[in-house]
Design a protein around this ligand. Structure first.
Ligand code: NIG
Ligand code: FE
Length: 423
């Protein structure tokens, strides 16, 4: 028998998502399930996945984890988050319920601007404490990897400080972080009459430092009505690409400004939101292979006025991922099981499609699908034990955490405490 570090046994099913990456069209709905499966882990990696009988006969494990008849799925990969912020903005949520729009609140100095004021005023120790606590919440909801953006500093010092806080938090937490620079989340208030100067400053002074210090691998911009124009975004993204950054774009959420077309033109890794994407934008994303990252929690939180065209994107062959967009303004939601459920009920994705979009396709958009996003021999052992016997419960049961245990790099990093009160 072969030695291994950990054997996970007694699973009703292992949803492997093995094979093609990224998954498009019909393959997105083909999760590759091993019934009555087991997974063997050694050195932080998956060394075998298959039927329980085969795997258990082959390995002598140092430790055993009993799935207790639940399903095993890959750890969630959240490809769009904004976890570095100070104060929450629940009052704005209430204002929206009372009829004010997101744009009105922003134009009155709220929205992103209020989070910028709050972040600039917060100490690094306080921000680090908040980020660490948020990382804990991601992990217990089954997210094992996040893309994480700066974007509430909007000056050199506070953007860099945000990225440093992400780096330091990731170094001491099991959650894996892929950092993105979002210095063009909005035009800072102090530059409202000199927009172009701010972009010059970012391109010439901030991006090179971020790159040299490896504080971010991607550059993002909010390209939309009330934020950056397509021309401004093109200038920034083109410069970022030349400096070696991958590109991500907040695209066509509020108006069909042509941001998806721009993302495709520049071969961006992702175009995100897409609630108002045009037909030409959909075609361009498909042709370029730019991942469409849909954010169902944001759609729900903003009142679901325009839905991103998930079915059309899938049918036309786009690479589709889903993410939380966790942020204090438009999506104070980081549970990927909830995001999956909303993608199914609101965007009409199947559970299998939503699960692939939340794992392997999300990893693809981050350039790490060779290592993360599926349960296959040779991949990093990032996986979840669910309390239910089928992955279908991820959407069927909305609003409760179905995650019983989380394994990251082969280590059990979270186990749900047993219920203390039984009646
Ligand atoms: O959803 N779409 C743009 N902006 C952000 C929300 C930021 C905020 O309101 O704080 C987003 O990603
Ligand atoms: Fe966002």
């Amino acid at each position: 028998m072969e030695a291994c570090d950990l054997l996970i046994r007694n699973a009703s099913e292992v949803v492997t998502l093995a094979g093609a990456a990224p998954r498009v069209r019909a393959a997105l709905d083909r999760p590759e399930v091993v019934v009555q499966g087991a997974v063997a882990v050694a050195g932080g990696k998956i060394v075998a996945v298959g039927s329980a009988a085969q795997v258990e006969a082959r390995f002598r494990p140092a430790a055993v984890l009993d799935a207790q008849g639940g399903a095993i799925v890959p750890g969630f990969v959240d490809a769009h988050t904004h976890p570095v912020f100070g104060a929450t903005r629940e009052a704005e949520f209430d204002m929206r319920l009372r009829g004010r729009t997101y744009q009105e609140i922003s134009a009155a100095g709220g929205g992103i601007f209020s989070s910028v004021r709050s972040l600039r005023a917060a100490s690094s120790a306080e921000l680090a404490r908040l980020v660490h606590a948020r990382f804990d919440r991601f992990l217990t909801a089954g997210t094992t990897t996040i893309e994480a953006k700066s974007g509430y500093g909007l000056n050199r010092e506070d953007e860099i400080r945000s990225l440093e806080i992400l780096r330091d938090a990731a170094a001491e937490h099991p959650l894996e972080v892929v950092p993105t620079f979002l210095g063009a989340h909005q035009v800072p208030e102090e530059y409202s009459a000199a927009r172009s100067e701010y972009l010059d400053f970012v391109i010439q002074r901030v991006l090179p430092e971020v790159r040299a210090r490896r504080l971010a691998v991607a550059c993002d911009v909010f390209c939309d009505q009330g934020a950056y124009t397509v021309a401004e975004s093109r200038r920034l993204l083109d410069a970022a690409r030349r400096q070696g950054f991958a590109l991500r774009v907040h695209a066509d959420e509020l108006a069909p400004v042509g941001a998806a077309e721009l993302a495709a033109e520049l071969c961006a890794a992702s175009a995100d939101h897409l609630c108002r994407v045009s037909d030409a934008g959909i075609a361009a994303l498909c042709a370029a292979g730019t991942t469409a990252v849909l954010l169902p929690g944001t759609v729900l939180s903003l009142g679901a006025k325009a839905l991103p065209p998930a079915r059309r994107l899938i049918d036309e062959g786009a690479i589709v991922a889903i993410a939380s967009d966790f942020n204090p303004g438009t999506s104070y939601l980081l549970s990927m099981p909830c995001v999956i459920a909303i993608a199914c009920t609101l965007l009409r994705m199947t559970v299998a499609e939503a699960l692939a979009a939340a794992t392997i396709n999300a990893a693809w958009s981050l350039g790490i699908a060779d290592r993360i996003g599926s349960i296959e021999e040779g991949k990093q052992a990032d996986l979840l034990l669910l309390e239910h016997p089928s992955h279908l419960f991820l959407a069927y049961q909305l609003g409760e955490n179905p995650v019983a245990a989380v394994v990251k790099r082969g280590r059990v990093v979270y186990e749900r405490p047993a219920l203390e009160i039984r009646r």
